[in-house]
Design a binder for this molecule. Sequence first.
Ligand code: HMH
Length: 221
Amino acid sequence: TNKVSVIESWLRKHRLVYVGATRHPFIHSIRDGTVNLNSFRRWLEQDYIFVRAFVPFVASTLVKAWKQSGDTNDIEVILGGLASLNDEISWFKKEASKWDVSLSNVVPQEANLNYCRFLERLTSPEVEYAVAITTFWAIETVYQDSFAHCLEDGSETPEDLKRTCERWGNDEFKKYCDTLQSIAEGQLEKAPEDVVKKAEVAFLDVLELEVEFWNMSSHGG
Ligand code: HMH
């Protein structure tokens, strides 16, 4: 059938919000090479804190997959996500030393704290798997879409920043996001209406929190 999927319909309905999160001025500044390097350093140190908080959220999503879906494929995909977060933490440490950023005493800023609290709320066993996996997909997809934009033809991303853009903008990460999307879609198709509504709200929350995160990186605060 050519029925529009739940996620596809949200992307249409919330197009402007989605574009706001994935084509933020901070991303434009990386893409056109005008990015302020202190802003980039701030993003790097704050995102390291974010990723550390992202791990328990993804782990809790794995537990939900195991309890509520039991699908072997879902569990392996989420486990793969956890494994890549393990690599990501090492990557942050290496990258930070290249930029003279110290990760040992980073003070999380307000936008980051808000985002980490949101993740923590979603680790609750009362939050449905459909909501958690949709949130997981949204979080990964915003970075994939944003950083891939910095690598497209015509972009003038400085050489030093390409390593970062490639981390999330590469084709394999795109495929991983597509897989998460189809898992989320499968859950949403069979979820009751109130759960689909909660997942939509969580999707919009992610977009808003991502915009605040980019704002924080650009200007501090
Ligand atoms: C703020 N959103 C933020 N940081 C990340 N590392 C990702 C998404 C994707 O992993």
